[in-house]
Design a protein around this ligand. Structure first.
Ligand code: ZN
Ligand code: ZN
Ligand code: ZN
Length: 554
């Protein structure tokens, strides 16, 4: 009987193929017939050093980081292949599979040579805020020059596969979600405590976002922040009371517990949540609401959820790599990851989605702490550098206004003025390199001309070149000495091409992913091509990475 039905249906199929256009048979079916994950979840943990996986390993539960490490694929030697290692460029590179050289996000803020003003990587004055009256919604990915894998998935599925971006930081949601996202949502703190978006995506908030905002989710986290476990068991970090931490306004010491409700008044209201472990809890609540609200992973077209946890970065900046606050934030984030995976298993189905977890950069230990244990480190004095350089320019070229901007370790020259004075641009760049290399804690310096005319294939030169956009970057590029950076006296920061900033986790888990680990070097730009290969879709337009075959199961 079964055979007869099959023969009959084949006969009908062949007749219908002849009588109708061939494509009609496949309407509403994805054109790739192999078995796709229903959902790709990308998780970026902002400012996560690789060693946070290993340092806090014994404190993690079985269902969070450990599950990804032990049941998924762990790329243990994964690095950024460019500088500067900042949030905007990091998020863009993870999803586009390329570096600032091609995607154009050269920093969070940079001096725009054309309009001669500082611009923000996700800022867009042509769109308006949705969900707030503040300007914090005037954002879009328009400065990112290439596509993300989420964009390619949208094109491939004829816009049937959805993309949603979520992060407390606008740039953490917007750049990964790409140009064609259905929406990206970020957090408006102050006295609002709401998730917002921009008219770039939609004209109003969907009802699931409105009801999430109307719930008391944000308020519920304005409570006391204490360590999850007894603080005396936190043996993987330094003493809670020390001189290397910032802390909150209105509290004398940077020590647990923190009464966030009371402290919120002096610390920009709901914005205080960003710099606590609870910001990640709130982000997880919202992400799970998005899976329901957007019905992610419910049909045959692959959806993309681009999720970025920002609080780890704020806590790191405030308290530093070695703090109890960072340790507690990771112990609690581990619980969030576990909760998210459980929600995905329940709502999308175990084995039906693919997840990866990485970071947008690492972080250096607080320089003052490194100094206290005799490791070379310190703060650079940008003001002094600027003054010395201006004096040099006046003395050498007879003009004090040849430097337009000194930002992100780049020197932007006034090219009109240089032409007017009949100076040779490259010669001026070279003179500056020879001058600034004598300044304290400037380890290396390069001219833009060298970056644009030589191809570097290794070392810091390659990293600088990969971060260099001929169109957008400055005339002279500076590299600070190891352990040196421009930052406040307390807390950690990032931006260099050294291992503490470039070495970040890369974990894959779920559908199509092999179980295992590697110490072979992988690069952040390999992530997007790997996901593209898994989905069988085009690589993002500027992708330079290669698919990590070892990660993919057959
Ligand atoms: Zn970041
Ligand atoms: Zn502390
Ligand atoms: Zn940061």
């Amino acid at each position: 009987m079964k055979k007869l039905v099959l023969v009959l249906s084949l006969a009908i199929l062949s007749i219908s193929c002849k009588s109708q256009s061939e494509t009609a048979t496949f309407v509403n079916k994805p054109s790739n017939l192999h078995d796709q994950p229903k959902l790709v979840v990308g998780i970026v943990v902002d400012q996560m050093r690789y060693d946070y996986l290993t340092r806090f390993y014994n404190k993690y539960s079985e269902g969070g980081f450990k599950l990804l490490m032990n049941e998924g694929f762990n790329c243990k030697n994964n690095h950024y292949n460019y500088t500067p290692t900042y949030t905007g460029p990091g998020h863009a590179s993870i999803y586009t599979g390329t570096t600032p050289k091609y995607h154009g996000i050269i920093a969070n803020y940079w001096y725009d040579k054309e309009i001669k003003k500082t611009v923000y990587c996700a800022g867009d004055d042509t769109v308006s805020s949705v969900g707030t009256d503040e300007d914090s919604g005037k954002m879009s990915p328009h400065r990112m020059q290439t596509t993300s894998f989420a964009d390619e998935n949208r094109l491939f599925t004829q816009m049937r596969g959805k993309t949603i971006g979520i992060s407390m930081k606008d740039r953490g949601a917007i750049l990964p979600a790409g140009h064609t996202a259905n929406a990206a949502y970020w957090f408006q703190g102050e006295d609002e405590g709401n998730w917002i978006t921009s008219s770039f995506y939609r004209d109003d908030l969907p009802s699931w976002v409105t009801s999430f905002n109307a719930s008391d989710a944000s308020e519920s986290y304005l409570k006391t922040w204490n360590t999850l476990y007894d603080i005396t068991t936190y043996t993987e970090s330094g003493p809670d009371l020390n001189t290397f931490e910032g802390g909150f306004k209105g509290k004398e010491t940077a020590t647990f517990p923190y009464d966030l409700k009371a402290l919120s008044k002096a610390n920009k209201g709901f914005d205080i949540l960003k710099a606590t472990a609870y910001g990640n809890d709130l982000t997880t609540d919202f992400a799970i609401a998005a899976i329901d609200g957007e019905q992610l992973g419910q049909d045959e077209f692959t959806d993309v959820l681009a999720l970025s946890y920002s609080s780890t970065d704020y806590v790191g900046h405030n308290f530093g790599v070695n703090s109890k606050e960072v340790e507690d934030t990771y112990i609690r984030l581990d619980k969030d990851i576990e909760r998210l995976i459980q929600a995905l298993d329940a709502k999308v189905g175990k084995g039906k989605y693919t997840l990866f977890l990485t970071s947008d950069h690492g972080a250096v230990e607080v320089p003052a702490y490194l100094q206290s244990v005799n490791i070379p480190a310190g703060l650079v004095d940008n003001k002094a550098r600027k003054e010395s350089l201006n004096a040099f320019m006046t003395k050498t070229f007879g003009a004090s206004d040849l430097i337009e901007s000194m930002s992100n370790n780049q020197i932007f020259l006034n090219r009109e003025k240089i032409a007017l004075l009949n100076l040779d641009l490259e010669a001026v760049q070279k003179r500056i390199v020879n001058e600034v290399i004598t300044y304290p804690n400037i380890d290396k310096a390069y001219t833009a001309t060298a970056m644009g005319s030589t191809s570097f294939s290794r070392g810091i030169e390659e990293l600088v070149q990969n971060g260099f956009s001929q169109k957008r970057s400055g005339d002279v590029l500076i590299v600070d000495g190891p352990g040196y950076l421009s930052y406040g006296k307390t807390g950690s920061s990032h931006g260099s091409g050294l291992n503490y900033d470039t070495h970040v986790p890369l974990l894959f888990y779920g559908k199509g992913i092999a179980k295992g680990s590697t110490l072979q070097k992988t690069r952040i730009v390999d992530i997007a091509p790997t996901i593209s290969a898994l989905l069988g879709i085009s690589f993002p337009s500027g992708a330079i990475g290669i698919p990590l075959e070892i990660v993919l199961s057959e």
